[in-house]
Design a protein around this ligand. Sequence first.
Ligand SMILES: [Fe+2]
Length: 247
Amino acid sequence: MLSWLKSKQNKSVLNIGYQTDIHSHLLPAIDDGSDNVNESLELINRLMAMGISRIVTTPHIAEAFPNTIKEISAANDILQKGLRANDIEIDFRYSAEYRLDDNFQEHYTNGQLIPFPGNYLLIENSYYQAYWGLNELIFKLINEGFHPILAHPERYRYYHNNTEFYDKIHNLGCKFQVNILSLAGIYGKDVKQAAYHLLNSGYIDFLATDAHHIRHINAIEDFIATSDYKKILSKVNLLNDTIPSFK
Ligand SMILES: [Fe+2]
């Protein structure tokens, strides 16, 4: 028996509080996430053990990871084969996490985006500098029928002293996806504080794992077992499970 199957059997019951995870890096060897199929399968099994039954994984599409739809689809084929070979039954699909850079503009202009069903689009900023014209871009995307979701707004430190910006963007109709790992304090105190600010402002529309590696899963397992996490769940009204099904 594979070691991760054995360890799964020893875990007590965990509940992440939603069934659809909308942000992760689980396709093998395509970005800074899972390195190979076995790692992907272990990550997926451990997510399933937390109560997740649907995954829309989101490989980076960015200047640093210029993945094409063809490359992403090929990595997904390899993973689907692994899921079948190991009798793992899960609704596993992909969209992407779009870094707002010139690469995004190219995909956007050429009509090559791969949104979630319902036209949800997961976008992320650079960690170092704000995207100039984010308000205008969000306005434009919404007018064109997209539903932008800003990935981990709490991780952009340049907004920490400018929390009105969160109000502005959220009021424009942009949804916010907060990382569970941020609330757990994994990225530092300041990011945790910003995540709690979003929680207390009623701005957490989606929670997600943003799982890249086993160490992320270990930290999430520890945190979702705490009473702090249960309190968080009682304060949010998550949209995770309202994402429409793939056709
Ligand atoms: Fe991510």
